[in-house]
Design a protein around this ligand. Structure first.
Ligand code: NAP
Length: 289
C-alpha cells in the first residue's frame, strides 16, 4: 500500500517542499501553526490537520521543517506533538537545521516508542525547494533512508546518507560555515570594488568565470548589488545556524576564527533590526563599519 505522508512546518522552505510531494501524487496531511499558510496545500488536495499529533496519526512518514531545536522538540514531544499520535513503525524525517546533539537525543527517544528518525537538513534555498533540486544531507539508518528515498527524490537532486543519527546535521553545520564565510568574503570584495570607484556588477561578472565563482557570488552578490534583501534565508535563522556550529565546535574544543568573526557581523545585522531580512544583509553591516 502507498505510504501516507505528513508535513509539518510550511514556511519559506516547507511550503514548496510539501507542494512538491503532493503534486507528485502522494497522499499528504499537513499542519502549520499559522493556519493561513496551509491554503495552497488545501488547494492542491492535501488534508489540513489541527496539530502535529493529527498529522502523525494520519501518516506513515512525517516530514518536519520548522525553525530551531526547541521548535522541533515541541513539534515532536509537546502535548499535541508527533510522538503522541505516531504509529509504531512510522518514520520522522526532520528537515529543519538543528543541533546534532539534540537530534541524536530525539532519535533515541523516538526509537523507544518504536518510531524511526532521519535527520535530513537541506541546502539550496527557496529556489531549490521550489525546483525540487535541494541537496539533502541525511543522518540515520540505511534501511530507513532507503524507505524514504523515493520521497527525497521529489525534493532534491543530491541526496547523501552522511552517517548515523546527527551526521546530516553535522554536514549542514559544515555547509553553513562555507556559506557564511563566503557571504562575508563576497560582501568584502564588493565593498572594496565600491570604495575603489569600480562597478561591483562588473567585478561580479568578471569573478563569476574564475575560481572565485560560486552560487553565493551569483545569488547573494546580486542581492547585495541591488540592495534587495527580501529573504531567501532570514538573517536570524542563519545566526541560529552559526550558534549550532559554534556550540558543536566548542564541545570539540575547536576554534573557528572566521566563523566567529562572521557571527559577530550577523549579530550586528540582527541588533540593527534586520533579522527578518536575507542573510546577505551582512553587506549593510559591512558598509556601516
Ligand atoms: P520560515 O519561513 O521562518 O518558516 C518556519 C516554519 O516553522 C513556519 O512554518 C513556522 O510556523 C514553523 N514553526 C516555527 N516554530 C514552530 C513551533 N514552535 N511549532 C510549530 N511550528 C513552528 O523558515 P524557513 O526558511 O522555511 O526555514 C525552516 C528550516 O529550514 C530552518 O531550520 C532553516 O534553518 C532551514 N533552512 C532554510 C533555508 C532557506 O533558504 N530559507 C535553507 C535551508 C534550510 P508559522 O508559520 O506559524 O510561523
Amino acid at each position: 500500500m502507498a505510504e501516507k505522508l505528513g508535513f509539518i512546518g510550511l514556511g519559506i522552505m516547507g511550503l514548496p517542499m510539501a507542494l512538491n510531494l503532493r503534486r507528485a501524487g502522494f497522499p499528504l496531511s499537513v499542519y502549520n501553526r499559522t493556519k493561513s499558510r496551509t491554503v495552497p496545500l488545501k488547494d492542491a488536495g492535501a488534508a489540513i490537520c489541527t496539530s502535529p499529533k493529527d498529522v502523525a496519526a494520519n501518516s506513515d512518514i512525517i516530514f518536519i521543517c520548522v525553525s530551531d531545536t526547541p521548535d522541533v522538540n515541541e513539534v515532536l514531544f509537546g502535548k499535541e506533538g508527533v510522538a503522541a499520535g505516531a504509529k509504531k513503525g512510522s518514520v520522522v524525517v526532520d528537515m529543519s537545521t538543528i543541533s546534532p546533539d539534540s537530534t541524536r537525543r530525539f532519535a533515541a527517544d523516538l526509537k523507544m516508542a518504536g518510531i524511526d528518525m532521519l535527520d535530513a537538513p537541506v541546502s539550496g534555498g527557496e529556489a531549490g525547494a521550489i525546483a525540487g533540486s535541494l541537496s539533502i544531507m541525511v543522518g540515520g539508518k540505511e534501511e530507513v533512508c532507503r524507505r524514504v528515498l523515493p520521497f527525497f527524490q521529489k525534493l532534491g537532486k543530491n541526496i547523501v546518507l552522511v552517517g548515523d543519527h546527527g551526521a546530516g546535521q553535522v554536514a549542514k553545520a559544515c555547509n553553513q560555515i562555507v556559506i557564511a564565510v563566503t557571504i562575508e568574503a563576497v560582501g568584502e570584495a564588493l565593498l572594496l570594488a565600491e570604495k575603489s570607484g569600480v562597478s561591483g556588477h562588473k567585478v561580479r561578472e568578471a569573478l563569476m568565470g574564475g575560481f572565485a565563482g560560486s552560487k553565493v557570488l551569483e545569488v547573494h552578490g546580486n542581492r547585495m548589488l541591488n540592495d534587495d534583501y527580501k529573504p531567501g534565508f532570514k538573517a536570524k535563522l542563519h545566526r541560529k545556524d552559526m550558534g549550532i556550529v559554534l556550540d558543536t565546535a566548542k564541545n570539540l574544543q575547536l576554534p573557528l576564527p572566521a566563523t566567529t568573526l562572521v557571527t559577530l557581523h550577523m549579530d550586528e545585522v540582527i541588533k540593527s533590526g534586520d533579522g527578518e531580512l536575507d542573510s546577505s544583509a551582512i553587506f549593510k553591516a559591512l558598509r556601516k563599519n
